[in-house]
Write a protein that binds this ligand. Structure first.
Ligand SMILES: [Mg+2]
Length: 354
């Protein structure tokens, strides 16, 4: 079975450190660089190291509430060297789509933050705030002060025939205290009230990845993300390899259970994985081996050996090679029509390489 880019949905090998093998790194922001307003551990140091090697950075966010300049300011405040021209938001992506589909000057009811309002007006569309203004379209993105009045205004306009757009449909957004309500969950209220589903342009749509690469230039990108259904699925759809990190939404257990289109090319615990090589497990006699680790699937259950000894999946401090072998064994079992039993799979505790 292959991913949507036609390549086998298996781990790739990078003998050289990822940062040396690529000329551009495209970063998801929430859960990769930031948790709320705080930096993800090791992210600032990893990005500073990357700048020193000359690898270009692009920042790619489904958060449509802030402008690229505001996003860059927020990243700089935690020590990440970002510039506005390196930031691509789903607001820019949806504004691009609306400007292709609506006549110039069309009225658009914007429910969302300043980033979405700015992106909409910059494409030559006219921002309005009420269904009474007879908008041609409604665009709805996340802002933390959206409530019943704004959602109802959107519903009224959509019911009256306005075309419905949303920069992204993320159900949740990771913050310091956990997974909060994302734009997709607020959109679901309007969909429930109107029966109309919005057009969307954020991740996992491939266009925003190509747009991000175009903004920073370069030829050989690697995408860094925490969500399988947006970052990794979108990178795969765009034809770009992706590094998955464990600092945000999806954990190692979800990676093992991922369908082919959601599988990362490289695995890491955090962005320090950019500065290291990535061996890929090889299969021999049913075992997937990498370094001193080996894993296989037997009747829907994963077995793990480390340096020749059986190791329970519940062990603390599983190594990256353990993790790579478990992912390869789980994916190949699923592809062979004998998926592992998710009910018997615990959350894995992976430790960063020392
Ligand atoms: Mg994220």
């Amino acid at each position: 079975m292959t991913g949507s880019d036609g390549a086998p949905a298996a781990l790739l090998e990078s003998v050289a450190p990822l940062a040396e093998a690529h000329d551009v790194a495209l970063f998801d922001i929430d859960g990769v660089l930031l948790l709320g307003h705080s930096a993800v551990p090791h992210a600032a140091a990893a990005l500073t190291d990357l700048s020193a090697t000359g690898v270009r950075h692009g920042y790619l966010t489904n958060n449509a509430s802030r402008s690229p300049a505001a996003v860059a300011d927020e990243l700089q405040a935690v020590g990440i060297p970002a510039r506005a021209g390196e930031v691509t938001t789903s607001a820019l992506a949806i504004a691009g789509l609306m400007s292709e589909e609506l006549p110039a000057g069309s009225r658009v009811l914007v429910v969302g933050g300043p980033g979405l309002r700015e992106a909409t007006s910059e494409t030559g569309l006219t921002v309005v705030d009420s269904a009474e203004d007879h908008p041609a379209a409604v665009v709805q993105g996340l802002a933390l002060d959206i409530g019943w009045p704004e959602l109802s205004e959107a519903a009224l306009a959509v019911r009256a025939g306005a075309t419905y757009f949303a920069p992204n449909l993320d159900a949740t957004v990771p913050r310091e205290r956990g997974l909060m309500i994302g734009n997709g969950s607020l959109v679901a209220a309007v969909v429930n009230a109107t029966g109309v589903t919005p057009r969307t342009a954020g991740k996992p749509a491939p266009g925003i990845f190509h747009q991000a690469l175009q903004r920073v230039g370069g030829r050989n990108p690697v995408v860094c993300g925490d969500r399988l259904d947006t970052d990794i699925a979108g990178a795969r759809a765009a034809g770009f390899p992706a590094l998955h990190v464990l600092t945000g939404v999806d954990r190692a257990r979800a990676v093992l259970l991922a369908p082919p289109d959601h599988r990362p090319s490289y695995l890491g615990t955090d962005l320090r994985a950019l500065s290291g090589p990535h061996p890929a497990p090889r299969e021999e006699a049913g075992w997937w081996t990498c370094g001193g680790s080996a894993a296989r699937s037997v009747n829907g259950a994963l077995e793990l050996r480390s340096d020749g000894s059986d190791l329970p999946l519940e062990s603390a401090d599983l190594t990256m090679d353990d993790y790579r072998c478990l992912a390869s064994a789980a994916w190949s079992a699923a592809d062979a029509g004998a998926p592992i039993d998710s009910a018997a799979l615990p959350e894995l505790r992976i430790s960063a390489p020392r």
